[in-house]
Write a protein that binds this ligand. Structure first.
Ligand code: ADP
Ligand code: MG
Length: 250
C-alpha cells in the first residue's frame, strides 16, 4: 500500500528525512516508533502529500503521490488532483482537530457531503453507523466540548473513515489523552485492524504495538534503523540505538 524509497525531506538546511525506505503491506498494521524529532510525523505528512519530498519516491497503492506518468515522463499533479489522492488517505492527529461548532455527527458527515457529494440522507446514515462503530451511538448530537478526549478522538476516527479511505495514518493518536481513555481509542484501532484496514500508526504504546502491529519500524534521526515483526524488534532488537530507545520507553 505504501512504498517509500530513498525519501528525503529538508526544511531549509535541516535534513529531516535522510533516505527513508519503508514498505507497508496491504491489510497490515505498521507501527512507527522512535525518539521525538526523528521525523515520524514528517514522514506521515509526506505520505499524504501535506509535505512534498525533495528526493526519492513515495507511492500509495501504486500511485506516486503528487505525480503522474505520461508517455514515460513524470508530471506534477495539479492541487485538485493532489487533493483527490489525499482524499483516499485518512489521517488522525494527536490533537483531534474536530470542528468545535459542529456536533459529532456533523463533523463526520462534513467531508462526505462537501468532497464526495454524497446525498445528505446517505451521509447521515453512514455517519450514524460509523459513530456506532466507534461506540458513540448516543453522542451523535454532542459538541466536542461535551466529549472526553477519548470520545473526541473516536469521532475523529469516524470522520476519517467516512471518506472510505484505503489507508489510515495515525500520528500519536493517544498521546494527548488521559490514561483512562487511551484504551477505548486503541480498542477502535484494534477493531479496524481486525477488519483488514491498512494502517501506519506512530505510537509510544509499546504494548499496543506488540499486540496489534504486523511490523514495527524504528526511526532515529531521519533514518529507518531497523524494522521487523514486533516480537523480534521489541524483544531482540539488532541495533544498539533501538535497544537504547526501548530501554527508555519500556
Ligand atoms: P517526530 O514526529 O519524530 O517527533 P518530526 O517529524 O515532527 O519528528 O520532526 C522532525 C524534525 O523536523 C524536528 O527537528 C523538527 O523540529 C523538524 N520540523 C518538523 N516540521 C518542521 C517545519 N514545518 N519546519 C521546520 N522544521 C520542522
Ligand atoms: Mg511527531
Amino acid at each position: 500500500m505504501i512504498v517509500a524509497t530513498g525519501v528525503h525531506k529538508r526544511y531549509g538546511t535541516l535534513d529531516v528525512l535522510k533516505g527513508i525506505d519503508l514498505t507497508v503491506q496491504r491489510g497490515e498494521v505498521t507501527c512507527l516508533i522512535g525518539p521525538s524529532g526523528s521525523g515520524k510525523s514528517t514522514f506521515l505528512r509526506c505520505v499524504n502529500r501535506l509535505e512534498r519530498i525533495q528526493g526519492g519516491r513515495l507511492a500509495v497503492d501504486g500511485e506516486l503521490m503528487g505525480y503522474k506518468t505520461k508517455r514515460g515522463r513524470l508530471h506534477e499533479l495539479r492541487e485538485d488532483e493532489i487533493a483527490a489522492q489525499r482524499a483516499q488517505i485518512g489521517m488522525v492527529f494527536q490533537h483531534f482537530h474536530l470542528f468545535a461548532h459542529m456536533t459529532a455527527l456533523e463533523n463526520v458527515v462534513e467531508a462526505p457531503l462537501r468532497v464526495r457529494k454524497v446525498k445528505r440522507e446517505d451521509a447521515v446514515a453512514q455517519g450514524t453507523a460509523l459513530l456506532a462503530r466507534v461506540g458513540l451511538e448516543d453522542k451523535l448530537d454532542a459538541y466536542p466540548s461535551q466529549l472526553s478526549g477519548g470520545q473526541q478522538q473516536r469521532v475523529a476516527i469516524a470522520r476519517a473513515l467516512a471518506m472510505e479511505p484505503k489507508l489510515m495514518l495515525f500520528d500519536e493518536p493517544t498521546s494527548a489523552l488521559d490514561p483512562e481513555t487511551v484504551g477505548e481509542v486503541l480498542d477502535v484501532i484494534r477493531d479496524l485492524a481486525a477488519d483488514g484496514m491498512t494502517m501506519l500508526v506512530v505510537t509510544h504504546e509499546m504494548g499496543f504495538a506488540r499486540e496489534v502491529a504486523d511490523t514495527v519500524v524504528f526511526m532515529d534521526e531521519g533514518r529507518v534503523i531497523e524494522s521487523g515483526p514486533p516480537d523480534e524488534l521489541l524483544e531482540r532488537p539488532a541495533h544498539p540505538r533501538t535497544r537504547e530507545f526501548l530501554a527508555r520507553v519500556l
